[in-house]
Design a protein around this ligand. Structure first.
Ligand SMILES: Cc1cc2nc3c(=O)[nH]c(=O)nc-3n(C[C@H](O)[C@H](O)[C@H](O)COP(=O)(O)OP(=O)(O)OC[C@H]3O[C@@H](n4cnc5c(N)ncnc54)[C@H](O)[C@@H]3O)c2cc1C
Length: 494
């Protein structure tokens, strides 16, 4: 139980009610049921920022269709190292969710995850040659052994008819497909996890904004909180703090003053999707189809045509169209970016600006695209798209990490970055990709770094939660087959 008094005191304070805090809270609650945990969320519900289903694409990122995880070198050889790592990480998330279905934390699997084939689709000689090379590099690996590949337009039409109809005859097209992909409603997942934390006695405080962090003389963290409903301000104490504030994480990490925060900056990229309004079109597509990124486009702006399942309803989205806004959160302020500039990250940011003119040019061109031009981009995938059958929705903000680099001075990084204090008492998650799909392995990494003295005693329990934890599935086809069978059954993915 928390200690009461002027400053409530907890073992753990989680800042933010998105998928990351929800996952960490759920793990800690199972590993240490006696620890007192409080969660402070600025908004009036959990999972309303990036984890909301309409603020992200809902792809269970397993590197099955996303071409940026398997780049070709100058010699044309495709490197699948990153794809292999991400696929193994996604297997860890699947195992964890299956564990949570088994123990009753999560409800019917289709309330948050649905089976959906993942496809990569390209046109033109260079891209088709690359996709063939990618398939040949991936299919011998046990993780990707079920991948199929074709350049036959009739086969592509069978897999995804919208891609084929109305396409210029004779155009070289190619597709790779992995039938066992997934679509995930991370908002539903977040809210189910947090609702269980509530039942288990975790103190949930909505409409509570964390405004500052400082270290008390006794080593605990003092978390300054503003209750936006009552206007009251108070301080909560914690032995461990997780900054799971999504786009708000950088500001709080900087406020903590830990030396590890130095040099980090954030580069916000906004996103929009087109959503189909014609049910007949929606019903004729059943896949997530990822293409090649345009020149200068950041990897997460790869266009994709996706079936989605949200609140039991099927829909169809295309995008994202990237844009630039200085907000770090969808509900944030245009001052977020200027306020994040510090003497220690200014050099990093200037170096990133200098090296990323292509990206800036791309973002400007995306911002200037009219609805009609956006539908033209969609027609590269779905040639017969009708303009007024697509509405525009605004997705979440991604804050990409800018960090110091010994050679270049500063680099823009598109992954997620866990930043921990040296003594393990504080950790923050920055960045957005592959994001929510890898919440479980990211949190295992956090537990290992922040609680090294406890981690060994947790390992048996963690292996129950995630059987492949600490092992390489890529090198263990028997274990891979076993866990795939179990997760497919429990999460009803067949
Ligand atoms: C356009 C787009 C597409 C994406 N597509 C995918 C995808 O297909 N697959 C995938 O796996 N991932 C995807 N992602 C990434 C994924 O959405 C994120 O990685 C994930 O949702 C981040 O979760 P989080 O808990 O860190 O942040 P969030 O879900 O943003 O939660 C952070 C919470 O912290 C709260 N908060 C912020 N500041 C404070 C404060 N000071 N005090 C209290 N509370 C605060 C916010 O209100 C929010 O609720 C996508 C993201 C975007 C934007």
């Amino acid at each position: 139980m928390p200690q009461s008094g002027a400053s409530p005191a907890y073992d753990v304070v989680l800042i933010g009610g998105g998928i990351m805090s929800a996952t960490l809270g759920t793990m800690l609650n199972e590993l240490e049921p006696d620890w007192s945990i409080a969660l402070y969320e600025n908004l009036h519900q959990a999972g309303q920022e990036s984890s909301d289903p309409w603020n992200n694409a809902g792809t269970g990122h397993a590197a099955l269709c996303e071409l940026n995880y398997s780049p070709a070198g100058k010699n044309g050889v495709v490197d699948i190292t990153k794809a292999t790592n991400i696929n193994e990480q996604y297997h860890m998330s699947l195992q964890y969710w299956a564990h949570l279905v088994d123990n009753g934390t999560l409800k019917a699997p289709n309330s948050f995850i649905n089976p959906l084939p993942h496809m990569s689709f390209v046109w033109g000689d260079d891209h088709a040659t690359y996709l063939q090379a990618r398939y040949e590099a991936m299919v011998p690996n046990p993780l990707f052994a079920e991948m199929e590949h074709t350049e036959d337009p009739d086969k592509i039409a069978e897999w995804a008819p919208l891609l084929a109809e109305g396409r210029t005859p004779g155009q070289r097209v190619a597709a790779s497909r992995f039938e066992r992909g997934t679509d995930v409603d991370f908002g539903s997942l977040t809210r189910q996890l947090i609702s269980k934390l509530d039942e288990n006695g975790v103190q949930l405080h909505y409409g509570h904004k964390v405004t500052d962090l400082s270290r008390d003389t006794d080593g605990r963290w003092e978390v300054s909180v503003h209750d936006r409903l009552s206007g009251q301000k108070f301080t909560a104490k914690a032995r461990f703090v997780f900054i799971g504030a999504g786009g708000g994480a950088l500001e709080l990490l900087q406020a903590s003053g830990i030396p590890e925060a130095k040099g980090y900056g954030g580069f916000p990229i906004s996103g929009q999707f087109l959503r189909a309004t014609n049910q007949r079109v929606i019903d004729r597509h059943h896949a997530k189809v990822y293409g090649q990124a345009a020149v200068g486009a950041p990897p997460m702006s790869v266009p994709h045509l996706d079936t989605r399942f949200v609140d039991g309803r099927r829909s169809l989205m295309f995008g994202p169209y990237a844009g630039f806004s200085t907000n770090f959160l969808k509900t944030g302020s245009y001052l977020d970016l200027p306020k994040s500039i510090r003497p220690h990250n200014l050099g990093t940011m200037l170096n990133v600006a200098k090296d990323n003119f292509d990206l800036v040019g791309y973002l400007v061109s995306e911002v200037l695209k009219t609805h009609s031009k956006k539908v033209d981009t969609l027609r590269d995938f779905y040639p017969n798209a009708v303009e007024d059958e697509w509405e525009l929705i605004t997705a979440g903000q991604r804050v990409q990490v800018m960090k110091k680099d010994p050679k270049k001075g500063g680099v823009l990084q598109f992954g997620t970055e866990l930043v921990s204090g040296a003594d393990g008492s504080i950790a923050a998650l920055l960045g957005a990709s592959p994001g929510a799909s890898t919440a479980a392995p990211i949190m295992i990494d956090l537990l290992r770094r922040s609680f090294p003295e406890r981690f060994t005693s947790w390992e048996t329990k963690l292996t129950e939660m995630i059987p492949s934890q600490g092992r390489r599935l890529n090198e263990d086809p028997k274990l891979l087959a076993e866990i795939t069978r179990e997760t497919t059954k429990t999460l009803q993915l067949a």
